[in-house]
Design a protein around this ligand. Structure first.
Ligand SMILES: O=C(O)CCC(=O)C(=O)O
Ligand SMILES: [Fe+2]
Length: 324
């Protein structure tokens, strides 16, 4: 690696206990809001602890994910997301290029979203990323575990968005329409060890920002996730057992005119073994128009981006990174 990197767990990425967000006391919730404010402004990334997601559910998600990626190639291919009208299912190795100009990403994945039947009005209208999932046939626990986890994570995403509202001095429910019937994506990822003789610039996931509202990431103990600090160095986001790495997506930077950051990050799996991670994207309601918040503009300052809907931004970014 030619670029400087350094350990971030205690040198840059804060660890935030979010237990207070569920407290009846407004002051306790406000304290979490203040911690979120500093983290979102400085880094756009933090470790989230005391989140209430059961450890056995997290362990079950990892176990099912490992079992899925160990299936014969033909069984995974039968669920290729090319067969889905809404980007659900299996994403083969090197399918996505997150970093423009870099080699395709050395990762394979599996996409799961809210289940909508083919006759749902949004699905009939061809709305982006909405529709039925594809499920592996001979993994009896897979569906239940993933749906239970998605439901718990959707709730955690909503809870954190209330904290973000507080952190911006807004009404706690400011993002309620954004959190209503949200697009969410549960993404299982598997990174093979990166071979020593790789093409220049090869990564597991090229440098990118996330597209939606919040990302809540589980990572195993391999390491390899790096976050770009404001001074341009790459920080290693070391695994902290029991935590989520939370980062803000493009919707929050657009809302706040970059007061809160949607920060570049990437993965390089130099651990020498398989790496598994599970990002959950709380992308938001597809119809939400995201435009610069009035409180985030100084007199004479202009918005950095025009208003956009969640759905339009997401479609643009999928097209860009999957080369369509
Ligand atoms: O695997 C990771 O640790 C990060 C994945 C990621 O950044 C993404 O899927 O957007
Ligand atoms: Fe990401």
């Amino acid at each position: 690696m030619t670029e400087q990197s350094r350990a971030a767990a205690w040198q840059g990425l804060p660890v935030i206990s979010v237990a207070g967000l569920s407290a009846p006391s407004r002051a306790a919730r406000g304290q979490v809001g203040a911690a979120l404010h500093a983290a979102c402004r400085d880094m756009g990334f933090f470790y989230c602890v005391d989140h209430g997601i059961p450890a056995d559910l997290i362990a079950a998600v990892f176990a099912q994910s490992r079992a899925f990626f160990a299936l014969p190639e033909a069984e995974k291919e039968a669920l290729n997301k090319n067969r889905s009208t809404c980007n659900r299912g299996y994403e083969p190795l090197r399918d996505q290029t997150l970093e423009p100009g870099a080699p395709p990403d050395l990762k394979e994945g599996f996409y799961i979203g809210p289940e909508k039947p083919a006759d749902d009005p949004a699905v009939r209208a061809g709305r982006f990323n909405q529709g039925p999932n594809q499920w592996p046939r001979d993994m009896p626990e897979f569906h239940r575990v993933m749906m239970e986890y998605s439901a718990a994570m959707t709730e955690l995403g909503e809870r954190l968005m209330r904290g973000i509202a507080l952190s911006l001095g807004l009404d706690e429910n400011y993002f309620a329409t954004f959190c209503h019937d949200p697009l969410t994506t549960l993404r299982l990822l598997h990174y093979p060890p990166q071979p020593a003789q790789s093409p220049p610039g090869q990564k597991g996931a090229g440098a990118h920002t996330d597209f939606g509202g919040l990302t809540l990431l589980l990572q195993d103990d391999s390491g390899g996730l790096q976050v770009r600090a404001p001074d341009g160095t790459w920080l290693d986001a070391m695994p902290i057992p029991g935590s989520f790495v939370v980062n803000l997506g493009d919707m929050i930077s657009r809302w706040t005119n970059n007061r809160y950051r949607s920060t570049l990050h990437r993965v390089i799996n130099t651990s020498g073994h398989e790496r598994y991670s599970v990002p959950f994207f709380h992308t938001g309601n597809p119809d939400q128009v995201v435009a610069c918040l009035p409180g985030c503009l100084e007199p004479g300052e202009s918005p950095l981006w025009p208003p956009v809907t969640v759905e339009d931004h997401l479609r643009t970014m999928y097209d860009r990174t999957y080369g369509r």
